[in-house]
Design a protein around this ligand. Sequence first.
Ligand SMILES: *Cc1c(COP(=O)(O)O)cnc(C)c1O
Length: 376
Amino acid sequence: MTPAPFLPFTRPLIDERTIAEVGEVLRSGWITTGPRCQELEAALSERLNGRPVRLVNSGTASLELALRLCDIGPGDEVITTPLSWVATANVVLAVGATPVFVDAEASTRNIDLRLVERAITARTRALIPVDLAGLPVDRDRLDAIARRHGLRVIEDAAQSFGARWGGREIGSFGDLVSFSFHANKNLCTAEGGCLVLNNEVEARRFEKLRLQGVARLPDGTMDVEDWGSKANLTDVAAAIGLGQLRRIDEFTARRRALAERYFARWDASLGFDLPPDDAAQHGNWHMFQPLLPRRLAARRGDFIAAMREQGIGVGVHYPAMHLFSLFRRRGHAPGDFPVAEDIGARTVTLPLFPAMDDADVDRVCTAVAAAVAALD
Ligand SMILES: *Cc1c(COP(=O)(O)O)cnc(C)c1O
């Protein structure tokens, strides 16, 4: 019997039509920002309730430039969760502001909104909620807190493209909403991202922040009015995104079906904590992340190795970031955010991507049981 092929924890699905369209861009003579980017911005805007959308070359750039758009800088504080990709806090440092972490809640693994108001000070300027694994933060409660305290909201929706809150798609409402189109995200352009903005005035300012501060004047000349970064997307990448956007709803439906199969097939006696029940939130199942049983928490590396020996890739998204050296140097220590630390120490990301079939889920479940038996 030939061994089953390696099953990674995720893999982008780029169809042949999209590959041909990328080829057309490469042959066209115009490969950087151009018509494909315009088309993708228009298509995203149409999907997101007509709101202005501007592409950039990463989700990180989108978040950092969103902070600059809000004039957030030295002396300002920005509240976020320690359970995210480190980009979420790095961008706050990049603009010279201070990231202020608030613990996660065990039920959703997202920022604990009950603790946010206690963290607000006279210096707080914005909230950056993160929809971990594509499960939306409660937008009604979040927006109420922001309104009450006059704060901007920069949604780090890097993982939640296609997810919904209260029947409305993430990005179609709210203040500033940032998506990532990194290869691992539900909609990818290899690398890329976008910001959803409130109006055309903001969008034009963002365009300058995105590309060297350049403003195109009506008479065909240009001016450089302010500092700007270099964060424009290429048409090569946008062509991938257009192909992904055609199929995103199909991809999301497939992810949901695979997640449901995990729930149906999972052996509860193993002692894992399964991801939150998603019935009310309509997440997009960006990832499927059980938490290891507490008795195995210190042996996550052994668990991952035992899965790999069975041909299955397992990721860790994420250790609680305040325990990274960068944030320990800024004064954080174990015990600061116990819920995030517990989740971060036990989380494992199992394979979930649209090209998987049902038998792959069954194979993962069998392998998990074997790995646990080997460790116990
Ligand atoms: C991926 C990700 C980012 C960063 O996006 P890039 O496109 O990789 O720069 C930021 N925040 C979260 C929560 C992410 O998952």
